[in-house]
Design a protein around this ligand. Structure first.
Ligand code: HGY
Ligand code: MN
Ligand code: MN
Ligand code: MN
Length: 428
């Protein structure tokens, strides 16, 4: 039956590298910070422009486009057995402040180009293919990572949390969503949940955001697992006061308490016994933030991860104990210790790994099995569908900074592997 074989033309996959590069460059111009940096935060005007740009490309690729209540965008190519569970792929286009133009974008524009590659090769999908633009993968605006894919995977407590969540300007999640044209009328966010079995497989193309593939001269990374991320919010409160007249013995400095906790994070991570444990105090705000006023309040956000969930949870426990100890010794109040998310790792599904391995072999590309230390929407899609990720090399592993770079050659390799993998999964 024609659908069981992949036409030979698919093997001479032709990626339109020139227009893909142009699309990456054009999308990067929708940014709140000057090139070469990119800043594109959930539901801002630049995000809306980026979404419009991607929806247009989905339309040009002949995909039928739908959007859910929070702005997850789905572009669908119906297979000739459309009642079967579809095969999905996708990533994100939101970008943290002063980052680069490839993180996430390669997996969205590359996925649309993979569809074009298959169409140009005369491929006919059996299972429908869907390209997903996840509404927001970065935690920047509301402090919640993978917000769109978390909801798609059915997170009840995220629906609850979003009823009261506000951003740094005290704008509620729903109001922000409405300003971007989503969450119309009285919306029940659990309408976003995807039914189990919606997809037979989900594959994400992404830059490695690490140096291994480039250092080892390997074209493609096949991800076997995604590390377990967690984020904490901590606040200390002291009496503050005049930097000149309050003598040292009479101080309870909330800023120094946070500084000491930051060093404690580093200590607990380093003593975990594994190089795979990481911890970062990426946000530290002092109030009132005046040079001659003793900080009366400090706000700190900590990101800690490990491929071993238990080891990561032990680090969180130790950080909590340190926060309590520091507050006592320094006579400050630990006014908040809040675990925002404490997610388990995700494993890629064997059948998807097999499909990716075969595809790289058939395309004569070198590949390497590896874990992802960064989290991705795939971490949550793995809860509702067999998951796999394709990594491509990026310059010195740089990411989350303007120097982020992947060559169009490496991107095209990734697109070809994605296209062939989708074709194989669509015919299964
Ligand atoms: O932080 C991460 O792991 C992802 O790149 N947002
Ligand atoms: Mn058939
Ligand atoms: Mn990122
Ligand atoms: Mn990303």
């Amino acid at each position: 039956d024609s659908h069981s074989s992949i036409p030979n033309s698919v093997y001479s996959l032709s990626v339109d590298a020139q227009s893909l590069q142009k699309q990456i460059d054009e999308l990067s111009t929708f940014s709140d910070t000057p090139a070469p940096s990119v800043t594109r935060v959930l539901y801002t005007e630049k995000d809306v422009l980026g979404r419009r740009y991607v929806k247009n490309l989905m339309g040009l690729a002949g995909l039928s486009v739908r959007e859910d209540a929070v702005g997850n965008i789905f572009g669908r190519w119906d297979g000739h057995e459309p009642e079967l569970a579809a095969v999905a792929t996708g990533s994100h286009i939101d970008a943290i402040p002063y980052s680069g133009k490839y993180d996430g974008v390669v997996g969205v524009l590359g996925a649309i180009e993979a569809i074009n590659v298959l169409k140009r090769a005369g491929f006919k999908p059996r299972r429908s293919l869907e390209v997903i633009l996840f509404t927001s993968e970065e935690p920047t605006r509301f402090g919640i990572s993978c917000l769109g894919s978390r909801l798609l995977s059915g997170s009840e407590n995220l629906v609850k949390a979003l009823e009261t969540t506000t951003d740094g300007q005290n704008i509620s999640f729903v109001d922000a969503a409405r300003s971007a044209g989503y969450a119309k009328d009285e919306v029940d966010l659990s309408s976003v949940f995807l039914k189990k079995g919606t997809y037979s497989a989900f594959v994400e193309l992404h830059i490695e955001q690490g140096p291994i593939l480039e250092e080892e001269g390997i074209s493609v990374g096949i991800v076997t697992a995604i590390a377990a991320p967690a984020s904490l919010k901590v606040e200390f409160e002291g009496n503050g006061g005049h930097a000149g007249t309050v003598l040292m013995p009479n101080r309870n400095d909330a800023g120094l308490a946070a500084a000491e906790l930051g060093l404690a994070v580093e200590k607990h991570v380093l003593e975990s016994g594994s190089i795979d444990t990481v911890g970062t105090a990426g946000i530290l705000e002092l109030h009132p933030g005046a040079i001659n006023s003793i900080p009366s309040k400090s706000h700190m956000e900590i990101d800690t991860r490990d491929i071993d969930e238990e080891r990561r949870n032990l680090v969180i426990e130790k950080i909590h104990q340190s926060a309590i100890g520091i507050a006592k010794t320094r006579g400050v109040k630990l006014s908040e210790f809040n675990i925002i998310n404490q997610d388990p790792p995700a494993l890629s599904a064997e059948p998807v790994i097999k499909a990716m391995e075969t595809a790289t072999r058939e395309l004569n590309l070198t590949s390497k099995l590896m874990i992802s230390r960064a989290y991705h929407d795939s971490l949550f899609m793995a809860r509702i569908s067999p998951m796999g990720m394709i990594f491509i090399p990026c310059y010195k592993g740089y990411s989350h900074k303007p120097e982020e770079f992947s060559s169009i050659q490496d991107i095209s390799n990734g697109v070809k592997v994605l296209a062939l993998t989708l074709a194989k999964l669509s015919l299964q």
